[in-house]
Design a protein around this ligand. Structure first.
Ligand SMILES: Nc1nc2c(ncn2[C@@H]2O[C@H](COP(=O)(O)OP(=O)(O)OP(=O)(O)O)[C@@H](O)[C@H]2O)c(=O)[nH]1
Ligand SMILES: [Zn+2]
Length: 366
């Protein structure tokens, strides 16, 4: 934690990073000192912040925002006890364009997808080596990672429990095209060095993977302290972490972990380009199919089916691609239906308001 945290020149906004988004406010740290004590910054009344192009968006964890203080020359508090001296809230005034965005299909009826984390640099796709890794799950999580725009890295945990971790890693690497695959063990520390190298200052990582994959063990080992709770409730010397819980957690060497509840149990969001990245082999083969809209089922001249027949492409791989492509198509249709419903609702409101305005002016009822 720095004592010489950057200070905005009087009047000029400070670039800050959102460590948690709340209703009406965000908790922020200076973008240049992600380990600093978080301060509260009020949002405009509608809870939205303007991007440079004028569109207004709700900020989320990881966002870079402009903040201004009410008192010119206010310093960032050096430690938690100093926050009382800085009771005046900052104000968030603008949102910087997102470099990357982890999105999930929104359960709500009003928006199509929800950004659960912004400006993530690296997505660690964590899967165990024991029991055997689930290749379909790795492919699903890689698709999510590619969709975000961040760099995916596969981490295979529990290497100490299997006789040939490197051989298994090589097999997984075949379904993780263009992605580094590391076999690691938190027990003996094997394979952790290349991961530490990823944790450069300012780098934001997220960790995705099934329950029991070893996400918390891995992150805590990388951080050298417990930053990700392995159980339900986190208890430490100062009691439960509730109100002060930040979702952008300092790791080592200036890197941060995005640990937000929104990331747990994340659904796949329709994204054909992300599927193309995950299944670059299938995509490349498909380019040689006779029909451009080939579904690779039983069309004549299907290069994908031919590759399966010759053993070049595992049938499992094609089945996995098909399953995710169907899901993506289903979600795209659902999003379209929701958009259409929103549009109808908007028109109903507009017509109603129009009629009210007419009546208000004493115009004859239609
Ligand atoms: N032998 C061995 N066990 C490991 C390793 N990493 C994790 N484990 C064990 O695997 C179990 C699950 O690890 P967690 O880190 O809690 O897994 P998680 O992915 O955070 O699980 P959730 O919190 O449920 O999402 C724990 O019992 C760990 O001790 C490893 O490298 N070697
Ligand atoms: Zn085909």
């Amino acid at each position: 934690m720095s004592t010489s945290a950057p200070q905005p020149p009087a009047g000029a906004p400070l670039r800050a990073r959102v460590v948690r988004a709340e209703r009406g406010a965000v908790l922020v740290v200076p973008d240049a000192d992600l380990g600093a004590v978080a301060r509260r910054a009020e949002l405009p009344r509608d809870g939205l912040l303007p991007l440079p192009d004028g569109t207004r968006t709700p900020p989320t964890v990881g966002d870079v925002v402009d903040v201004v203080g009410d008192d010119a020359g206010e310093t960032w508090p050096a430690d938690e006890h100093a926050t009382a001296l800085h009771a005046t809230a900052l104000r968030a005034t603008g949102l910087h364009p997102r470099r990357t965005a982890v999105v999930r299909d929104s359960a709500g009826r009003t928006s199509l997808e929800q950004v659960v984390a912004a400006n993530v640099d690296v997505v660690l796709v964590v899967e165990h080596l024991d029991p055997d890794p689930d290749l379909g799950r790795v492919e699903r999580l890689l698709t999510l990672a590619w969709r975000s725009g961040a760099r995916p890295v596969v981490v295979l945990t529990k290497a100490d429990l299997v006789p040939d971790p490197d051989g298994m890693a090589a097999e997984v690497a075949q379904v993780a095209i263009g992605v580094d695959v590391h076999a690691v063990s938190v027990l003996d520390g094997a394979g952790l060095e290349p991961l530490r190298a990823l944790l450069a200052p300012g780098v934001a990582i997220v960790v995705v993977g099934a329950s029991g994959a070893g996400k918390s063990s891995l992150v805590n080992r990388l951080a050298g302290r417990e930053v990700m709770a392995t159980g339900e409730v986190r208890v430490d010397g100062r009691g439960r972490h509730t109100t002060t819980h930040r979702e952008l957690v300092p790791l080592a060497d200036g890197a941060v972990l995005v640990d937000t509840p929104g990331l747990r149990g994340i659904g796949l969001v329709a994204a054909p380009e992300a599927l193309d990245a995950t299944f670059a082999d299938v995509t490349a083969l498909a380019a040689a199919c006779r029909f451009t809209d080939c579904s690779h089922e039983r069309e004549p001249g299907c290069a994908v089916q031919a590759a399966v027949a010759s053993g070049e492409l595992p049938a499992r791989r094609l089945a996995s691609w098909r399953k995710l492509a169907r899901e993506a198509a289903y979600q795209a249709r659902r999003a379209d239906a929701r958009l259409a419903a929103e549009e109808r609702a908007r028109w109903r409101r507009i017509t109603r308001d129009h009629h009210r305005a007419l009546r208000g002016r004493g115009a004859p009822r239609p």
